[in-house]
Write a protein that binds this ligand. Sequence first.
Ligand SMILES: [Zn+2]
Length: 100
Amino acid sequence: MGEAKRRGSAEQRQVAAVAAQREQLPKVVMCNNCKAELTDIHPMDVRGMPGMRLAGGAHCPACSHDTWVLDGTPEGLALFQGFLDEEHGAGAISTGFARR
Ligand SMILES: [Zn+2]
């Protein structure tokens, strides 16, 4: 178990996992509201969400709109879209940009 400790704390491993997810998201996503280019995309942990492969949200500093980058099965995307609609309101969604 000493091995795991040398590789870093749970927090450091979480940071590395997030960085790996960020790698798979596009560098830039266009704001769905004002068309600004957003580069600050935050990956979301989707391991608990069936059918979802990737999700990341970008907050637009210009208009305060959140745009999401999503990848997954149609069923997974539909579920996730329903979740976002409830949390953030419909329309804050951008899909299909994730790299394979
Ligand atoms: Zn915007």
